[in-house]
Design a protein around this ligand. Sequence first.
Ligand SMILES: *Cc1c(COP(=O)(O)O)cnc(C)c1O
Length: 320
Amino acid sequence: MAIHIQTPLVESDAFSTPASRLWLKLEALQPSGSFKLRGVGHACAVHAQRGARRLLSSSGGNAGLAVAHAGRRLGLPVLVVVPETTLEWPQALMRRQGAQVVVHGASWMEANEHLMALRQPSDAFIHPFDDPLLWDGHASLITEAAAQGPKPDAVVLSVGGGGLMAGVLQGMHAVGWADVPLVAVETVGAASLHAAVAAGQPVTLDGITSVATSLGARRVSDRAFQWTREHEVISVTVSDAEAVQACLDVAREHRLIVEPACGAAVAAATQRAVPLLRDAANVLVVLCGGACTTYEDLQRLARAVPTDGNVPAADTAERP
Ligand SMILES: *Cc1c(COP(=O)(O)O)cnc(C)c1O
């Protein structure tokens, strides 16, 4: 039995135009609140089968939450070490699943080092985005979508470290969608894939300056970058303000709360940020979700994030 659930694929009347129908794959409905449960659930199940006695994560976000859910389902203890900057709300959600949450260090690096020092030989460490087991699990999202709706003319998703992207592309190639372009969306302050595509190789950003914290990987995985050489991937950036506004649009139109990390993809899709999206008859958007932002957080962010020229405008990058 899979740990993730099958999610609905809904046609969005609100976000469609007469020329272009927009389909939302509702990963926000996963029990842990995001698509991460697909890959993480699969990885944890495989490790449990191989004899792992405990599951480890150093993510204070949706990856940690997914490990906490998977551990409870598998009957395995979960240890999550997070830095002091981690929000209270995801910590509470992880503890609710029975995970042991240890707060250590000022940055993710220190938290991760502390976790590695506590690591036992029978523990399984679950990476948030760079692991073939995760991609296998994420790929199920496309297998499902292919059975639920039409073959799309474009797929739109958000990119952090590129685990979702690697899994979705793997799934697309498995179901015969190798010719469907992928629009890969990041916020301006978390654009590690965009920087890698511009540089022609993965690069490490100096820092993250975006409210879309779940996109805050300073470097994408090598596999995610490699995919840009093997598939038509169009890298696009949107502003934080656009991502937050898209979250409020999703809340109003579809009655779902998602993180700015997810709003980024919705913003690019609804704005038809690249010419390709303007005449794509069917566009599949991965509504990747995220449980770390409350509705109150979104309203606060909408007031705090500047909507004037302070945030760089959407960059509509050329196709590679
Ligand atoms: C993890 C996450 C992402 C980014 O996924 P990657 O696999 O790191 O690219 C996007 N949105 C949400 C809500 C996430 O939790």
